[in-house]
Write a protein that binds this ligand. Structure first.
Ligand code: NAD
Ligand code: DAU
Length: 360
């Protein structure tokens, strides 16, 4: 079995659903259920004995040690993080707490477990750390895309905290021999993304006739990857990646923010004609402080070594994603009404640190 952390969040939940759809190997899912962790993302697994959910913090070393000893996973895939740049600007503390200190505690728990494994299990064990392209900083319009050897130059509290976690993962491999793998991925989009991020926020606002806030001049560029393609990349790296290596993952889909928003408006004009034309809602707003201008990923290493490449064309994935949000009004409403927070309080109590196990 494998231990997945942060598996109730956007990418983690997609990964767990994808994993259990592709393999019979069970998953132990450890998630703190912060505002971004949503049990509704895992509703399809209700009653599935292959999925065990534990509410808890990666920074709770004793808890992680107990879970490792009890469940004996052959791999850990670490998604757990504070992930939103704007939140990191308003309050960097949680980012240091989870992304830096939490990853440290997790690594220490995993190191102790791994060192005690019999030789065959020790050498087969993997710790896969899911990271971001933001650690490489910002590109100029004509710069080559980020490769695995691009120097780290994080610009936001979020990316600085992720860079810190990446450096520890690297050091735990070099110093202790922990069999690590790191992936640095570009912007994801798809089902279950919390509507604080650009694409789901725009769908929700547009369908409610609210302004579509575009930061600055709207010409910042992101390299978009459909979340299912990120999941398949992680599966490949976990299965066949070289120990100690870093793999960049990207979508070959650089787009200016304003172009993304305009494309979404056109999709919505077809799919939700009541509010058309949706682009009348576009509103330029004050820029994000320290806003990185451009990200682009050179994903040639993962393609060369593991044969992975993205399979979903951006405009197709975007149309599919817009459709998903329109078709899942209950999921959206659960978030907007705070219903899923109430569910967490009812099922787990209000203390974020009290772990409990539940079949979701
Ligand atoms: P998310 O914010 O949607 O989900 C994060 C999950 O982690 C939530 O379920 C949350 O409850 C959980 N969590 C937070 N702190 C925790 C803690 N201390 N202990 C246990 N669980 C905790 O994030 P996401 O967009 O799904 O991102 C997942 C990972 O992928 C992150 O590490 C992020 O840095 C990385 N990443 C994200 C993107 C993207 O575009 N979203 C791109 C590249 C890399
Ligand atoms: O590059 C990978 C990263 O992508 C991940 O590591 C992060 O976890 C993830 O949140 C994402 O970071 P971004 O800051 O790029 O994503 P976000 O959706 O917040 O913003 C995308 C772009 O859109 C960015 O240039 C800011 C802009 N934006 C965002 C919002 C929320 C707007 O113009 N308006 C908005 O309302």
């Amino acid at each position: 079995m494998i231990l997945v952390t942060g598996g109730a969040g956007f990418i983690g939940a997609n990964f767990v659903l994808d994993w259990l759809g592709n393999a019979a190997e069970p998953v132990l899912n450890l998630d703190k259920l912060t505002y971004a962790g949503n049990p509704a993302n895992l509703a399809a697994l209700k009653g599935d004995a292959r999925h065990t959910f534990v509410r808890g913090d990666i920074g709770d070393q004793a808890l992680v040690e107990r879970l490792l000893a009890e469940h004996r996973p052959r791999a850990v895939v670490n998604f757990a993080a504070e992930s939103h740049v704007d939140r990191s600007i308003h309050g960097p503390g949680d980012f240091v707490q989870t992304n830096v200190l939490g990853t440290f505690r997790l690594l220490e728990a995993v190191r102790g477990y791994w060192q005690g494994l019999p030789e065959a299990e020790r050498s087969a064990f993997r710790f896969l750390h899911v990271s971001t392209d933001e650690v490489y900083g910002s590109l100029g319009a004509d710069d080559p895309a980020f490769s695995e050897t691009t120097p780290y130059a994080p610009n936001s509290p979020y990316s600085a905290s992720k860079a810190g976690s990446d450096h520890m993962v690297r050091a735990w491999h070099h110093t202790y021999g922990l069999p690590t793998l790191t992936t640095n991925c570009s912007n994801n989009y798809g089902p279950f993304q919390f509507p604080e991020k650009l694409i789901p926020l725009m769908v929700l606002n547009a369908t409610q006739g609210k302004p579509l806030p575009v930061y600055g001049d709207g010409a910042n560029v992101r390299d978009w990857l459909y979340v299912g393609d990120h999941c398949s990349a992680i599966r490949e790296v976990l299965a066949r990646g070289r120990v100690g290596e870093v793999y960049n993952v990207g979508g070959n889909a650089e787009r200016k923010n304003i172009d993304v928003v305009r494309t979404m408006c056109a999709i919505l004009d077809e799919a939700h004609p009541a509010g058309k034309p949706h682009d009348r809602l576009i509103t330029y707003v004050k820029d994000r402080p320290g806003h990185d201008r451009r990200y682009a990923i050179d994903a040639s290493k993962i393609e060369r070594e593991l044969g992975w490449r993205p399979s979903v064309r951006f405009e197709d994935g975007l149309a599919r994603t817009v459709r998903w949000y329109l078709d899942h009004a209950d999921w959206v409403q659960g978030i907007l009404s705070g219903e899923y927070r109430k569910w967490i309080e009812t099922n787990y109590g209000s203390r974020g640190s009290s772990p409990s196990t539940a079949s979701l």
